[in-house]
Write a protein that binds this ligand. Sequence first.
Ligand SMILES: Nc1nc2c(c(=O)[nH]1)N[C@H]1C(S)=C(S)[C@@H](COP(=O)(O)OP(=O)(O)OC[C@H]3O[C@@H](n4cnc5c(=O)[nH]c(N)nc54)[C@H](O)[C@@H]3O)O[C@H]1N2
Ligand SMILES: Nc1nc2c(c(=O)[nH]1)N[C@H]1C(S)=C(S)[C@@H](COP(=O)(O)OP(=O)(O)OC[C@H]3O[C@@H](n4cnc5c(=O)[nH]c(N)nc54)[C@H](O)[C@@H]3O)O[C@H]1N2
Ligand code: SF4
Ligand SMILES: [Mo]
Length: 699
Amino acid sequence: MNQSVAIRTARSVCPHDCPSVCALDVDIIDERTIGRVRGAKDDPYTAGVICEKVARYAERVHHVERLMHPMRRTGPKGSGQFTRITWDEALDEIAARFSQIEAEHGAEAIWPYYYAGTMGHVHRDGIDRLRAAKGYSRQYDTICTGTSWPGYIAGTGMLGGINPEQMAESDCVVIWGTNAVHTQVNVMTHAMRAKKERKAKVVVIDIYETATMAQADMGLVLRPGTDGALAVAVMHVLLRDNLADRAYMAKYTDFGPDFEAHLADKTPEWAAAITGLTVAEITDFAHLVGTTPRSYFRLGYGFTRQRNGATAMHAALCIPAMTGAWQHRGGGAFHSNSGTFRLDKSAITGDSMQKGDPRWLDMSEIGAILTGDAKALKHGGPVKAIIVQNTNPASVAPDQTLTHKGFSRDDLFLVVHEQFMTETAEFADIVLPATMFLEHNDYYTRGGHTRVLYGPALIQRPGETRSNHEVINALALRLGLDDDSFRTVDKDVVAETFRRSNYPALDEVEKTGFVDRERPDADARFADGFAWPDKRFRFAPNWQAVADKKGYLWVCDPADMPRFADHWAITEATNAEHPFRLATSPARGFLNSSFNETPGSQKREGVPSVFIHPEDAAGLGIVEGDFVTVGNRRGLVDLTARIRTGLPTGVLIAEGLHKNKSHRGGKGINTLTNSTPAPPFGGASFHDASVWIKRSDQP
Ligand SMILES: Nc1nc2c(c(=O)[nH]1)N[C@H]1C(S)=C(S)[C@@H](COP(=O)(O)OP(=O)(O)OC[C@H]3O[C@@H](n4cnc5c(=O)[nH]c(N)nc54)[C@H](O)[C@@H]3O)O[C@H]1N2
Ligand SMILES: Nc1nc2c(c(=O)[nH]1)N[C@H]1C(S)=C(S)[C@@H](COP(=O)(O)OP(=O)(O)OC[C@H]3O[C@@H](n4cnc5c(=O)[nH]c(N)nc54)[C@H](O)[C@@H]3O)O[C@H]1N2
Ligand code: SF4
Ligand SMILES: [Mo]
């Protein structure tokens, strides 16, 4: 056998919805086949490390279950019974139905629905070009960042922070509400470098002992939804023990006697009762960050998926503003750099074509919207047609019972463009097969770092798959739209977007695969002031100003918001009937619902399970491996019990979005989560549910 077949390695970018956005080296075996995928060693943030599931990407690209041709539904909604049709038949039918629905019910009856299955901007956001040109209903993006981003902006005035590579230069890395080992492994690379090279202390704050916490020097396990209480108590201790940097606060923040008075009764004893932490844990943490100038706060998404998540994010972010950590290299805070890339995306989103001023529909409320909730519909007519790209709402959206009820409507025309027959695709009238990132061209912004990366098509597309960009263009032309943007190819749109954004030309970018958008360090640490008109960090947020900056829509009465950084006790209450708090934390092997189809990930994650504390289990007669039912007023879900120490009593953790049908009974974990928009501007609180649990064989 010839052993010398040359395998070429090509540079690419991970397209998945993960802040790391790794630079990849992909082994190309032939024009249709990839081999191993590795993290690029010469990329400073990726630093040669990627997660297991993407290292095994050949399993996903070459999966036997990939969708290869368009299909039309033949059985009842959700039955998964389809027959093969041609692209012309599929596109003609979609265009005809969309036109008919628009004529009868108006353009707002059509709702293009998408999210971040690919993070490439051309193939993710191009659906908005069709939406704008037709005046279809808009999508209010809340599902992921609805609480965390406003909470961060409330303090700093913009979404940006210290270059995460600087974690390696810090003396204390606080990893708050993110299970980075599972969700963005590169955080660990840089945090562990600080630990090894500088003997830095690593603190992890979560609601159970995660794989990330296993690597920490200080692990704080608090009760879900109580991070705000921890944060204000830490600030109480900082002031009490003279560890606050009053000179920094006087120059850079809105700190004043009212806020100091507000913190006076936020003692560690008060917070211990709320968080379940000990007074010593709270005090030690405050002393650690109060005596370590180079403290880096890496604030995650997880702790903001509580109803009080926006205020919790803001409260945690206040700590480095009180210690003055922002002044020191290796110190400060970071959540996302998504506010720093300064891209003009009009070539993708077609803003200048916007027709009318259609309503904004909240993506997290898709269940309420599809079942005719007047408030969720903004008191307009029903949604009669949806085209879905890059998301799997039948699995990932909160309040699954309502979502499925909506998707089951016979008068809803549903088109799903997908790589696999997801549970959303099973509800579709027309299913369209999609390319994967190695088969099309796009660029990606690395929210967890500073770079913008380019990922070219490296292999031929299989079957009759088409890219999102091609489908949107073909549909637009069939619907009679005539703008030149509907005749472009993806690579030209990347080039045009870089041109409009004053980035280097794509030819240049292709040579290295990236554009570095690192801001000067002084800007990143707000050395010339924060991004508010008075240049001051806000301990007393002006939420209206946050809304004005980003176009956020209020979902609560502004007067209900706490005046200062605070613990806001609005999470779902436990009661005699629902004594447990459930969080749906991320699984390592899945990425949202992606990878639940690959054998390696399925093997790693096993059956859908729930972690329960030994005392709770004993009280309910539950033993390891028992079938259990977890329920609340939204529905019931079947899981397998895993008895674990390392989580508080009264707390249950169900890791990951397994397929709904992997649960006995077929109900996925989002049956238990709620879709009530979280204040102030909406968002899904996936880790905030009160439930009961019992052995399944009991009545
Ligand atoms: N219970 C619970 N639910 C959650 C969460 C949680 O923590 N707990 N997390 C929430 C969060 S943060 C998010 S962001 C959402 C994400 O939810 P989703 O956006 O649904 O998640 P993904 O799995 O990233 O991507 C969805 C789909 O995009 C498809 N896809 C990928 N690339 C392409 C492409 O190029 N073209 C097309 N047409 N399709 C493509 C994939 O095959 C996949 O099925 O889930 C939310 N749901
Ligand atoms: N393997 C894997 N990687 C992923 C994803 C995935 O599903 N799986 N999802 C991707 C997406 S879309 C996103 S947005 C990111 C999200 O990544 P993260 O920022 O890590 O956010 P989450 O995954 O929601 O949850 C992180 C942690 O928050 C904890 N948590 C829940 N409630 C609280 C609380 O009240 N307080 C505190 N302190 N902690 C709490 C959870 O237990 C969990 O361990 O990850 C991305 N990467
Ligand atoms: S999922 Fe995240 S950690 Fe894994 S390769 Fe992609 S960007 Fe990197
Ligand atoms: Mo997300």
